[in-house]
Write a protein that binds this ligand. Structure first.
Ligand code: FAD
Length: 418
């Protein structure tokens, strides 16, 4: 058996080379740690999803050079008509985004291995991960960044999982589905739906943007529902939305089928391994976004691990404890429970309540609604924004917000306990 001083024992082993794995591997290596990365696919395989982010989140990080297309004209449509967002939305240039963090990994000597993690065992001063190939990798701490269904991380409890689902088409259309160079965050227009469809399925909205050169992306999206809305329903609704506007799909360049959990429980912090990204429940329960949070919070986790690893006798459990504290400090945890508390209420809203809710939400000061969506408010500021929203909401929304049904009671209790 190897001990922690053996050259084959890395300081950290990162499992997964999606956004989370690549970002955290580079952050750990920048802290001067000897990092090994495990990738299930060839390292340069382009990530499958399209990632959007509000541009100001990257301005604060000095990373706007990783962006591709940006939209300054961002709007939504609710029951009272158009709402302008006065904020710039962008898509990452996925190749640049991925290569940027792989370059940092290379510069700071991260060594990547291809394979799939299968089994983990913990010794006094390090952990051993066995791959499906039978090879064994060893490190003082293992960071599980293998996505929403992590290979090793255990979570607290087992709630009903709610999913954001979406069906999107990138292509050319007989007439523009949105104004040229415009981004529509949410269009809740639903005149095209039959009464039956409205009754059977929860409300969905159009998320769409123009890329110039007659190219558009249109996506029918369900905010969050349990069970998930079927992709067949979303596709049918998208096509009937377009048809009702007299728009034909001329070319389909790419179809996005999106399904991911919004209310994943917290990982148990009582395990000798730490996580990052989807595996660490870092998806914002209200927006479904996580890339901004990954970029902002990777240094916190890396610094905490680097400090704990200084002690040569620290066990994987002790290093993981420090890591979880760095990644999920109390203030962050409290906000996570508040967001989930809010999501529970949104999921029960009918179409009219959702429209009224978002009209009120986007009428808050930009710093409040943008801070809420980007998780950049303190707990006190977040509570202030929520109370402000409540005070300004029409009665049907207030009534919905006041009801304590489902798991809200236990989420509020978790918030108080932190
Ligand atoms: C369609 C879609 C669109 C999204 N759009 C946005 C968006 O616009 N903005 C945003 O902020 N967020 C978005 N999200 C949410 C979230 O940011 C992404 O899902 C993001 O990819 C999560 O990153 P991750 O690295 O944690 O997980 P993943 O991207 O799932 O990466 C996990 C990696 O681990 C690897 N892996 C899994 N098991 C093993 C194993 N046993 N051994 C080794 N490797 C393993 C996988 O192959 C994969 O490469 C979107 C999600 C989806 C599904």
């Amino acid at each position: 058996m190897l001990d922690a001083n053996d050259a084959r024992v890395f300081d950290a082993l990162v499992i997964g080379a999606g956004p989370a794995g690549t970002i955290i591997a580079s952050a750990l290596a920048e802290q001067g740690l000897k990092v090994q990365g495990l990738t299930a696919t060839p390292l340069n395989t382009i990530w499958p999803n399209t990632y959007g982010i509000w541009r100001d989140e990257l301005e604060l990080l000095g990373l706007t050079h990783l962006l591709g297309h940006s939209w300054t004209d961002c709007v939504s449509y609710f029951s009272k008509g158009e709402v302008k967002h006065e904020r710039t939305y962008s898509f990452f240039d996925k190749t640049k985004f991925q290569q940027h963090f792989l370059d940092i990994c290379e510069k700071f000597g991260v060594s990547w291995v291809k394979g799939n993690a299968k089994l983990i065992e913990h010794q006094a001063t390090h952990s051993s991960v066995t791959l499906t190939s039978g090879d064994v990798l060893q490190a003082r701490i293992v960071v599980d960044a293998s996505g929403y269904k992590p290979v090793f991380i255990k979570r607290k409890g087992d709630p009903t999982i709610a999913y954001q689902a979406a069906y999107g088409i990138m292509g050319r259309f007989s007439s523009p589905p949105v104004h040229d160079n415009q981004m529509v965050l949410m269009d809740f227009g639903s005149d095209h739906l039959s009464e039956n469809d409205r009754k059977q399925n929860s409300p969905t909205f159009l998320y769409a943007m123009g890329f110039g050169d007659d190219l558009y992306f249109v996506e029918e999206t369900s905010l969050s529902s349990a069970p998930a809305i079927g992709l067949d329903v979303l596709e049918r609704r998208l096509r009937s939305r377009l048809k009702s506007r007299g728009i034909e799909v001329l070319e389909e360049h790419y179809i996005e089928r999106c399904l991911f959990p919004m209310n994943l429980p917290m990982p148990s912090f009582d395990q000798p391994i730490v996580a990052f990204g989807g595996a660490a429940s870092m998806v914002h329960p209200a927006s479904g976004y996580s890339i901004g949070a990954q970029l902002r919070r990777a240094p916190d986790l890396a610094i905490a691990i680097a400090a704990a690893i200084q002690s040569e006798t620290a066990s994987p459990y002790e290093i993981a404890q420090a890591g979880w504290k760095g990644l999920w400090p109390d203030d962050c945890l409290r906000k996570y429970y508040l967001y989930r508390f809010g999501l529970e209420k949104l999921m029960r809203f009918d179409e009219a309540q959702l429209n009224h809710f978002f009209e009120t939400f986007f009428a808050l000061k930009t710093s409040q609604w943008s801070g809420f969506l980007s998780d950049r408010l303190t707990t006190i500021e977040l509570i202030g924004a929520m109370l402000n929203l409540f005070a300004k909401s029409p009665n049907d929304v207030r009534w919905g917000l006041m009801q304590f049904l489902g798991t809200e009671g236990s989420l509020f209790w978790e918030f108080l306990k932190v």
